[in-house]
Design a protein around this ligand. Structure first.
Ligand code: NAD
Ligand code: LMR
Length: 342
């Protein structure tokens, strides 16, 4: 059985890291898009990690103030700021984990795919720099549409001759965080205990929570499964509409991204019990990229966990088949993006 290691261990880490002055490890993390809605709270959460010795903040503008502000926190890591393309390469030197939340967010009425034209180019440029400056780093892609930006990143890395599929991740942790929260609320469970695997991709019906695989074991009526699935799939839109034009999820996303960074750092640090759902190159089915639970290790993805996909209910199986054409099209759109460049 998989243990809910992150939940307990990371909570201990977080508690310890308030006011903690001695680093426990010395990893270097870079955030590209660090002055943005996600970037700022994410930088704060990573600044609290005892596993981080250096935190590099890169953006095209406004990052100086963010770095000056954050650098006054008496936690171990040294904060450095990098502004504009001329400083991008330096922000990546020696970095172990690169997190990319750069790009435009949705407004009401938009799909994530509507962001493709702008964000595809941003991700391409940033991943080219990652390939040139820290090709061994774990790369966490947050910029939407994740279903396409991860395949774009893979193609860029291939073109540069440095693609390691074990180290390229689409961040889908927010889907798990939401699923855990909504299930705990509906079933009156202790939040810390709840763990719902979410597979597929990160947009609309491609987000597939496997509610029957929830730990601890819970039973749901068909109506509850339908209600929860739709809420988890539309949770991003719920936030976009509530923010009414001011952007999409930033705080819950920063929380989720910080969890994924912390898990990656624990894996790099030799913890052999780290599991997260994320969107990676996959051979679990006929889609070349697919989000599933993975075991993380020092070299990135150590194993794709296939057991969650066995013994699916009829509802889950149908939902899985239904998401495949959309996810396949988004992957192909990402993979063919570079070929269309002048
Ligand atoms: P934001 O507009 O608040 O911040 C984006 C930041 O990116 C800005 O500071 C901007 O200056 C910067 N940026 C733009 N172009 C850049 C470039 N070429 N290099 C470096 N930085 C650049 O947006 P946000 O709310 O932080 O969202 C960022 C992205 O994250 C969006 O695409 C959004 O859809 C996505 N997102 C993904 C998830 C997920 O679950 N994966 C969740 C929420 C948001
Ligand atoms: C989310 O799930 O909150 C993000 O992908 C942002 C969005 O556009 O919904």
């Amino acid at each position: 059985a998989l243990k809910h290691s992150y939940i307990t261990k990371a909570r201990k880490h977080n508690l310890r890291s308030y006011g903690y002055v001695q680093p426990q490890a010395s990893y270097k993390v870079a955030i590209l898009g660090a002055a943005g809605g996600i970037g700022q709270p994410l930088a704060l959460l990573i600044k609290m990690s005892p596993l981080v010795s250096e935190l590099n903040l890169y953006d095209i503008a406004n990052v100086k103030g963010v770095a000056a502000d954050l650098s006054h926190c008496n936690t171990p890591s040294k904060v450095s700021e990098f502004t504009g393309t001329s400083e991008l390469a330096d922000s990546l030197k020696g970095v172990n984990v690169v997190v990319i939340p750069a790009g435009v967010p949705r407004k009401p009425g938009m799909t994530r795919d509507d962001l493709f034209n702008i964000n595809a180019n941003i991700v391409k440029t940033l991943v080219e720099a990652v390939a040139d400056n820290c090709p061994d780093a774990f790369i966490h892609i947050i910029s939407n549409p994740v279903n396409s930006t991860v395949p774009i990143a893979a193609e860029v890395l291939k073109q540069k001759g440095v693609y390691d599929p074990k180290k390229l991740f689409g961040v889908t942790t927010l889907d798990v965080v939401r699923a855990n929260t909504f299930v705990a609320q509906m079933k009156n469970l202790k939040l810390i205990d709840v763990d719902v695997p979410v597979v597929g991709g990160h947009a609309g019906i491609t987000i597939l929570p496997l509610l029957t695989k929830t730990k601890p074991s819970v039973t749901f009526t068909d109506e509850e499964v339908q209600e929860l699935t739709v809420r988890i799939q539309n949770a991003g839109t719920e936030v976009v509409e509530a923010k009414a034009g001011a952007g999409s999820a930033t705080l819950s996303m920063a929380y989720a991204a910080a969890r994924f960074v912390e898990s990656s750092l624990r894996a790099l640090d030799g913890d052999s019990d780290v599991y997260e759902c994320c969107y990676v190159q996959s051979d679990l089915n006929d889609l070349p990229f697919f989000a599933s639970r993975v075991k993380l290790g020092k070299n990135g993805v150590e194993a794709l966990i296939s057991s969650d996909l066995q013994g699916l209910t009829e509802y889950e199986q149908k939902a899985l088949e239904a998401l495949k054409p959309e996810l396949k099209a988004s992957i192909e759109k990402g993979l063919s993006f570079l070929q269309k460049q002048p």
